[in-house]
Ligand binder design. Sequence first.
Ligand code: ZN
Length: 296
Amino acid sequence: MTDNSDKTENQDVVLYEVRDGVAIVTMNRPEYNNAQNSKMTYALDDVFRRASSDDDVKVIVLAGAGKHFSAGHDIGTPGRDVDQTFDRASLWYDHTNKPGGEFLYAREQEVYLGMCRRWRDIPKPTIAMVQGACIAGGLMLAWVCDLIIASDDSFYADPVVRMGIPGVEYFAHAHELNPRIAKEFLFLGERMPAERAYQMGMLNRIVSRNELEEQTLAIAGRIAKMPRLGLQLTKQAVNNAEDLMGKRTTMDMVFGLHHFAHSHNDLVSGDRLAGFDGKSMAESQRQLSDNEKAEA
Ligand code: ZN
């Protein structure tokens, strides 16, 4: 008999602790490689608000429990909750009773684009501590952080072009990577190893897996010694510079394309994700890496 209950239903999907001025936020659905359901995104929003308000917190580290940082958005675990209503963090209205494309548009404005943008502008430095897989929606969480410290076994991919969708909702690809590399990354959907992501400037440091936490906390500790306002103003300065380079307007434009693709999928196949779920996406990725090996 298969167990269809969500193993994370009764556990905290996000853990929170403060050590020496550093808040450590840990995604905690390791059984599902930290696939993000709404329960998790709302829990993240709560703890980021808490860390932001706490004067004793100078720096925030975002981590994932278990083998992998994040496998992306939850598109198929027993805890998938796309149809559920939560107390919303923005002024967006409830999506669950809305028809057609409005359903997902309202949901993703709130839980993906809206939340990620807010987290990116948290007025304190944030560091993503990334190990193992950082896939699709997982990229969004790493990218909203100011620094990314990664283990040498980490890897990155956005395979959603397979669903006919031009990248995940927080479209920072052409800013995180050189535009030509961003196209390759998206067209092929293949895994980018840590070393290449580092060369592209997407990562700040690569360290071994067993030193990841120690090194990340050491860097966080050094930043924590700087003055709060100086850090905030610096963060704002660089974020504004990115927006002047078109990051924000690119994201707004691509969000429209992204939702055109969801609606097109729904019209053509009756499914917004073109019939894919977590399992079939993982299977396609496996075939992809088999082909890569065969070519080599
Ligand atoms: Zn979407």
